[in-house]
Write a protein that binds this ligand. Sequence first.
Ligand SMILES: N[C@@H](CCC(=O)N[C@@H](CS)C(=O)NCC(=O)O)C(=O)O
Length: 324
Amino acid sequence: MGKLIDGRWSADGNGSAPTDGAFRRAESTFRNWVTPDGAPGPSGQGGFRAEAGRYHLYVSYACPWAHRTLIFRALKGLTDLIGVSVTHPDLLDDGWTFRTDFPGATGDTLHGTEFLRDIYLRAEPGMTGRVSTPVLWDGKRGTIVSNESAEIIRMFNSAFDHLTGNTDDYWPEDLRAAIEPVNARIYDTVNNGVYKAGFATRQGPYDAAVAALFDSLDWLEDRLSRQRWLMGDRLAEADWRLFPTLVRFDSVYHTHFKCNRRRLIDYENLWDYTRALYQHPGVAATVRLDHIVRHYYFSHESINPHRIIPINPILDFDSPHRRG
Ligand SMILES: N[C@@H](CCC(=O)N[C@@H](CS)C(=O)NCC(=O)O)C(=O)O
């Protein structure tokens, strides 16, 4: 991994723990919003009107944050309106690359650039910051709209509805206040919690991260023993934000990130729920375990220095579930 400093690539800026041994995720840099009429969103500038063919998504299939955006693109019928370029799963000294020598790595289908950092530099030539996926690119203005997945999924949830006719709403007004604390706990202890465990370089931060993670998994298991989805009867944003972590859990986080008190398949309800989400129309195609496994085990030299890719469990995400 590395980062951009004043527009130049620095290969040694790594993303893991500083001296206190605790992992901290950097803030996203581009925070504009696509809106139906181009009015400014909750942050950033206006001028990004929803239009078919105007926007392009840069993702890694391995990245759980990018995964959310691919899921919303599929759920909301945006696949014909918003193109996608998929990086190579390896994240090494050059950061994310557009190498195509891995099945499903498409290269940069829009600009033909070599590295994801080239996309950031097109948007801001003198940029300082991390080069992360996902990136939502505006082909009309030639800039990045957003590299914050939590905001990209909210744009996809509603900004294009008048073009697609798809009004499925995963962030409905009446659930917003209830979704927020669920999202916050899941983000801190589960989505990012597995990274805090995996990238800890001291025992204390690791212990704290896994304790909070498994407390939250118990809390979720209990919740899902009483209701179909996290927010009750309606599938909501909170479910789709949890799913990318669950679907990676037994193949990656359990072993590579040392989150091994229990496996996902040991939780009756969470495992059932994960399969139900996986089998939701359009979702299975967003899950690429080949990219996921290769990315984590091959990229993180500090945790897996010999880059041995493990055999991994056989998981049947297609087996029947009991969630309606
Ligand atoms: N806040 C961002 C985080 C994205 C993120 O951390 N992506 C990782 C891959 S899973 C990445 O690209 N890391 C490379 C880096 O930070 O240099 C989001 O949710 O969109």
